[in-house]
Design a protein around this ligand. Sequence first.
Ligand code: E4P
Length: 216
Amino acid sequence: MQIFLDTAEVESIRKYAAWGVIDGVTTNPSLIARSGRVFEDVIAEICGIVEGPISAEVTALDTAGMLEQAAPLAAIAPNVIIKVPLTPEGLRATQVLTGGGTKVNVTLCFSATQALLAAKAGATYVSPFVGRLDDRGECGMDLIEQILQVYSHYGDFRTQVLVASVRSADHVRQAGLLGADVCTVPPKILDEMIQHDLTDSGLAAFLKDWESARKA
Ligand code: E4P
């Protein structure tokens, strides 16, 4: 499973990219707004840090507007992925962009039927939002299971399932168990993923024994 970092904070991306386990980055308009920086500058800087796919989301609601916004974003670097919403206009933009060789991440997916449409439009990625479903009492991971099952029946579907809106390390564990292609993870969840008290206490014990042996 690929791990993307779900943030527009460049310093954070630098920090976690150094771990050597980050395959790409996802951003959205809220994350870009939170960074307080110019959209294109942030995307360009991220592309200079991580070689893998970097999602940059359009904000236009009509297909022509999406395509207009996509062109300069895609020109920033070859690894930019254009993110479009799961709407009729977004599906049409997906068809046009993928037809022209630009990769697309179809976002804001909340059902298996939406994911089916994203695949038919030729999306490179579909982003089901598990956390937002959990937030309202549904089971986000059930949706991942359904989408993977639907896609598994059709060999011509190339769309990768990108688990988004991740709220816990357990979401990542479940995504891996289900065989999702990608999981995009906020930095604080990456910290949660690596943490284990037995690793900490085990390391402390090893170092203590090592120092005792050297003094003996
Ligand atoms: C990433 O592509 C999504 O935009 C992001 O994971 C959404 O997360 P949220 O539901 O925590 O805002």
